[in-house]
Write a protein that binds this ligand. Structure first.
Ligand code: ZN
Length: 189
C-alpha cells in the first residue's frame, strides 16, 4: 500500500466535476488497489474521509471512516469504513447545523460551515451493488464535505461568514475557548 500525495487548493482537479465510475473500472485490480491506497493515505494523515479528486483522480469515489478513539476527533461517533461510489444525495432534513471543518487540501485552516443535518445517500459499493444509507449529525457533515469534492466544491465555498475562517493556531487561541465542546473542534479530511 502506498501513501498518496494530496492535492492542495489551487490544483484544477479539485475544481472539476468528477466522472462516474463504470462497473468495468470498479472490477479492475487497479481500482481495488486505489481503494487500499486511499485508506492508507487517510490513515497516514489521520483523516476521517478522503475523496478521489484529492489524490488527483477525477472519479466519483470517496471513502469515509471514523475510527474509535481517534485523537483528532475525540467526540466524533465511530463509523464503519465506507467506500462510496457514484453517490446520489437526498436531503432529508433541511435544518442547518454548523461545524468547524478542515480539509487536507487546505492545510492549516478551518472554517465554520452550515449544512443540512440529515441526508440519504444512494451509492454503488465496491462489490458493484447499490446501497442506501441515512446519516445525520456530524457524520452527515463528513459525507457532504467528501461528496462536495466530487462536484469540484470545497468547504470554503460554503462559508457564509468569512470571519469564521481561521488558521488552526488562531482558531485554538481565539475562536475555540472550550475545546471540549462537542461541535467546536472538527476536521474532516
Ligand atoms: Zn476536504
Amino acid at each position: 500500500m502506498a501513501t498518496l500525495k494530496i492535492l492542495r487548493m489551487g490544483h484544477p482537479v479539485l475544481r472539476e466535476k468528477a466522472k462516474l465510475v463504470s462497473l468495468e473500472e470498479l472490477r479492475s485490480p487497479e481500482f481495488q488497489q486505489l481503494i487500499q491506497d486511499m485508506f492508507a493515505t487517510m490513515e497516514a494523515y489521520e483523516g476521517i474521509g478522503l475523496a478521489a479528486p484529492q489524490i488527483g483522480i477525477s472519479k466519483q469515489l470517496a471513502i469515509v471512516g471514523i475510527p474509535e478513539d481517534n485523537p483528532r476527533y475525540p467526540d466524533a461517533p465511530e463509523t464503519e469504513q465506507y467506500v462510496i461510489i457514484n453517490p446520489i444525495i437526498k436531503i432529508l432534513d433541511t435544518k442547518l447545523q454548523g461545524f468547524w471543518e478542515g480539509c487536507l487540501s487546505i492545510p492549516g485552516l478551518r472554517g465554520h460551515v452550515e449544512r443540512p443535518r440529515k441526508l440519504q445517500v444512494d451509492y454503488m459499493t465496491l462489490e458493484g451493488s447499490t446501497e442506501r444509507i441515512v446519516v445525520e449529525g456530524f457524520v452527515a457533515t463528513v459525507f457532504q464535505h467528501e461528496l462536495d469534492h466530487l462536484e469540484g466544491k470545497l468547504y470554503i465555498d460554503r462559508i457564509k461568514d468569512t470571519r469564521k475562517l481561521a488558521f488552526n493556531e488562531e482558531y485554538d487561541s481565539f475562536l475555540c475557548p472550550d475545546r471540549d465542546k462537542d461541535d467546536k473542534n472538527k476536521e474532516i479530511d
